[in-house]
Write a protein that binds this ligand. Structure first.
Ligand SMILES: C[S@@+](CC[C@H](N)C(=O)[O-])C[C@H]1O[C@@H](n2cnc3c(N)ncnc32)[C@H](O)[C@@H]1O
Length: 532
């Protein structure tokens, strides 16, 4: 065997075309067959740069047990695999899939891998891994070839997804395995514009990768991806969800119970999800939902969920819900029986209008004669706002004048919900009451890190507000909320998507509650008695 053959395959027409479109920056390094004797997946840390560069490249390599689990999820029985590995790193994902295919009872005839990796420093380990793959395939009697592209995946894949050149001969992958880089992309960046030119509107590189991959897959092509869970809800990812769920049908979703476990080496604190999806606009009856702790060898629990419960056809936001166990299923059932949407109830939820850095000149550390109270999350104190907080690092007041008038709301009783909860906080939704009876002031400023519930821009009755805050603070709401929100951000859209009890029921609950920050067990008991 010539070692270099694994990275410089004999060129078929497709490969020539692929190469003419995706000209790799560098050729294969000179290998000697005896250099690579074992099938070791090189996740060598030594090739990496400093922390900053790794973060810039979204370089969190998949641990081998997780990569192997991902590889195990493929169900296709292709005779000829045409696999895309975008953001390939040192090739762990491809290698695990090749290893499984080689050991399979349904061995394919051929495997063709296109691995795209931007970072020069990972190209050598990537070639090495692919070389190992070739040896493994040779032993299993499977034809193997690979193309390594040392390029920006977005730049090379967008023209293909757009069908710019040679549209009729575009390479179509029938499988893709990916752990895409996670990084925000600015709205004026060239990456964002490129993606937009392919009809992809997204603010994060990982969803850009996944959307492009979906477009490059052939009909019935299969994708297995590990990504942050943030795309499952929230307004920023709505265009991605619409596009992706339109093209692909979800077949399996796996959640890690711990945020950090699957990537413990790299201190990743995103909640991660593994998804298997097939390029098929027809949806299956059900989706398999599984979960595990994320620690190697940890037990996996599995349950089937109706597709329409994972993504409701009536949901204009197309949130993706993951019900992992019986308790969560009961919470879902209870919430689905609640009678009202927020808009039916006449209530609204908005994000606080005061953005600190924009209103800087009007902010005051302490209340003065011409100021209004300015409320930040640091003013939350159990079930009520505690204001002013002299020792707080945040300003306590905002000047009240013509220029700030539109940032302020009239006196009243409002339910406030933190937009960001610390990961160590027990609950995602943390609600409390702002009550003008306790803080007399004609106008109030709610800072942008808060959501506030109101009635046409005005406050609520005290009992309605207490009932609503208690409902939002209940365990059942938290349990349901976590099914579609896998991160620590609570958007107004998320709160709008919930079902709510009737106003009368909330008021009845409010009458029984002195403090919506009651100990959890007491609060849950009252909520259950009155609402469920
Ligand atoms: C999360 S890591 C995953 C690496 C590997 N697939 C794995 O699972 O171990 C993402 C990889 O994408 C690479 N990358 C980042 N931006 C890229 C881009 N625009 N085009 C291609 N690769 C990129 C990074 O260098 C990194 O190796």
């Amino acid at each position: 065997m010539r070692a270099a053959a694994c990275v410089k395959p004999r060129q078929s027409e497709r490969e020539k075309l692929s190469e003419s479109l995706w000209v790799a920056k560098r050729g294969p390094p000179p290998y000697h067959a005896d250099e690579i004797m074992t099938f070791t997946i090189k996740q060598s840390e030594s090739v990496f740069h400093g922390q900053d560069r790794r973060h810039e490249l979204g370089q969190f390599l998949t641990p081998n047990p997780v990569a192997d689990f991902m590889a195990s999820l493929f169900e296709s029985r292709w005779q000829e695999w045409n696999l895309l590995d975008a953001g390939a790193g040192s090739g762990a994902l491809s290698a695990m899939l090749v290893r499984r295919l080689c050991a399979s009872r349904h061995k394919p005839k051929g495997i063709l891998i296109t691995a795209c990796e931007l970072d020069d420093a990972l190209i050598k380990p990537l070639h090495t891994t692919l070389h190992d793959c070739e040896r493994e395939c040779e032993r299993a009697g499977i034809r193997f070839s690979a193309t390594v592209l040392n390029q920006d995946f977005i730049a090379v894949a967008v023209p293909m997804a757009r069908g710019d050149l040679f549209a009729s001969h575009q390479p179509r992958f029938n499988a893709a395995i990916v752990n895409p880089p996670y990084r925000k992309i600015r709205s004026d960046s060239s990456t964002r514009l490129l993606l937009r030119s392919a009809g992809i509107e997204t603010s994060n590189l990982y969803t850009g990768f996944v959307a492009l991959i979906a477009k490059l897959l052939a009909e019935r092509g299969e994708l297995v991806a590990i990504t942050p869970r943030s795309f499952c809800n929230g307004p920023y990812f709505k265009p991605f969800r619409m596009d992706f769920l339109g093209m692909m049908s979800l077949r399996r979703l796996h959640v890690f119970e711990s945020r950090s476990a699957p990537f413990s080496r790299d201190e990743v604190l995103q909640e991660n999800i593994i998804l298997r999806a097939v390029k098929d606009s027809a949806k299956p009856e059900s989706v398999m939902i599984s979960s595990s702790s994320g620690a190697p060898g940890g037990a996996i629990t599995e349950r089937e969920m109706a597709y329409s419960e994972v993504v409701s056809p009536d949901d204009i936001e197309q949130f993706i819900h993951l019900v992992e166990n019986e308790a969560q299923d009961s919470a879902r059932a209870v919430m689905s029986r609640l009678p009202m949407s927020l808009s039916d109830s006449g209530l609204s939820v908005s994000t606080g209008r005061v953005v600190g850095f924009r209103a800087k000149e009007f902010l005051r550390q302490h209340p003065e004669r011409d100021t209004a109270p300015l409320i930040y999350p640091c003013h939350f104190n159990g079930g009520f706002v505690h204001w002013p907080k002299e020792e707080a690092r945040k300003p306590n007041a905002i000047v009240s004048n013509e220029q700030t008038r539109e940032l302020l709301v009239p006196a009243g009783v409002y339910v406030l919900v933190k937009r960001f909860t610390a990961k160590e906080e027990r609950k995602r939704i943390v609600a409390c009451l702002y009550d003008s009876h306790q803080i007399p002031a004609p106008l109030i400023g709610f800072e942008n890190h808060l959501n506030y519930f109101h009635l046409n821009g005005h406050g609520l009755s005290r009992n309605l507000a207490k009932g609503l805050a208690a409902f939002l603070n209940s365990t059942v709401v938290d349990m349901y909320f976590r099914q579609f929100n896998g991160h620590t951000q609570v958007n107004a859209t998320d709160l709008r998507s919930l079902n709510y009890p009737s106003k009368a029921d909330l008021e009845k609950l409010g009458r029984r509650i002195s403090d919506p920050g009651l100990p959890q067990a007491q609060l849950d008991a009252l909520v259950e008695e009155e609402l469920f």
